[in-house]
Design a protein around this ligand. Structure first.
Ligand code: SF4
Length: 336
């Protein structure tokens, strides 16, 4: 038996739930972005390029206060970068990215109280430098030029390169499972900036929240005892195991998105929000939200409509209320 397999029976339980209930729209939580459109596109390109491992299994989580609001992970990074970009639009364009320094990025991340820190700062700077330099070398002054070069195609077509391949030339976007590029392309679509001629080729985003909830729901099974033990005990896995686990989760997501009719983006936002808020690493809300669930209101409303007082997936989740839940795997990567 393969080390990692998709469990289609468990996937079907999720599909049933998704077909029965009105899943809220896919959207970013409201963040006031008063940047010009082209700046916003390049802002997201730079932001997604360095958004990985913001809540590492070991080491400090990225969190802090920006403009008086306490935020964590992606929300914090987005708010801190947005503030810096609003002060100086040029920082997200290739000329600045190619030269950005540790000191500049660390200044951006510091937040209101000057205490915000991000892991692997030097590596993130290197990723931005690489992307800025390569864009400059190819004569692209903005990510919009990559879109125009692709003629709105996600995958390659004929002799021409699609957006996945164009983005993969940057180290930050070179993940074989295409996490960051799928996320960035979804953002561009959801913000109303880009439409794709071959939207069916946009793959689901697989991040660590989606891995954790897939492992716990049972939509993806780990059949190898040694690997399973590593996932239960927060031990580091190999580069290949990382790719295989994420590819398995991606395969399950493709199936669920298609069978439920939800589409990848709507499914991603639903699972991401539920996992991050309810199916968190150490105190999942299997039987109760415990009065401190930060699930966005539109998902809370769905819970109220169906009379749920805990995680929406409790009635059919294989791990609900059980000991020894699996965790998203530990791996050193800048892919997600
Ligand atoms: S029931 Fe518990 S383990 Fe299952 S998805 Fe919900 S919070 Fe996670």
């Amino acid at each position: 038996m393969e080390k990692i397999t998709v469990d289609y029976q468990s996937c079907d339980k999720l599909v049933d739930f998704l077909k029965k209930h009105p899943v809220p729209e896919d959207k970013e939580e409201p963040t006031k972005i008063n940047l010009p459109e082209d700046v916003t596109k390049n802002f997201y390109l730079a932001l997604v390029a360095i958004c990985h491992q913001t809540t590492p299994m070991t080491g400090p989580a990225l969190q802090g206060t920006v403009d008086g609001t306490f935020l964590r992970g992606w929300d914090y990074l987005r708010a801190a970068m947005l503030k810096a970009t609003a002060n100086d639009n040029s920082i997200v364009y290739p000329a600045s990215l190619s030269k950005i320094t540790d000191k500049t990025l660390s200044g951006i991340i510091k937040g209101d109280d000057g205490k915000g820190e991000i892991s692997n700062l030097e590596e993130r700077v290197r990723l931005l430098n690489d992307m800025g330099s390569k864009m400059q070398q190819s004569g692209a002054g903005s990510v919009q030029q990559l879109f125009e070069k692709s003629e709105g195609h996600i995958d390659n077509y004929g002799e021409k390169k699609g957006l996945y391949e164009l983005l993969s030339e940057f180290e930050a976007y070179s993940d074989p499972v295409k996490k960051k590029s799928s996320y960035f392309l979804s953002l561009m679509k959801n913000q109303g900036f880009w439409n794709y001629s071959d939207e069916e080729n946009l793959l689901p985003v697989v991040d660590y929240h989606e891995i954790r909830i897939a492992l716990r729901l049972g939509t993806v099974k780990i059949n190898d005892e040694e690997l399973r033990s590593k996932l239960a005990n927060k031990q580091e896995v190999t580069w290949q195991d990382d790719i295989d686990i994420r590819s398995g989760v991606q395969k399950a997501l493709v199936y669920v998105a298609k069978e439920s009719g939800l589409g990848h983006s709507k499914l991603h936002y639903f699972l991401w929000n539920l996992s991050r808020n309810c199916c968190n690493r150490d105190s999942p809300h299997c039987s109760s939200h415990g009065g401190k669930c930060a699930l966005p209101q539109r998902y809370v409303q769905l819970g109220q409509e169906i009379g749920s007082v805990s995680c929406l997936f409790s009635p059919f989740c294989e791990s609900s209320g059980k000991e020894g839940k699996l965790f998203d795997h530990v791996v050193k990567t800048h892919y997600y």
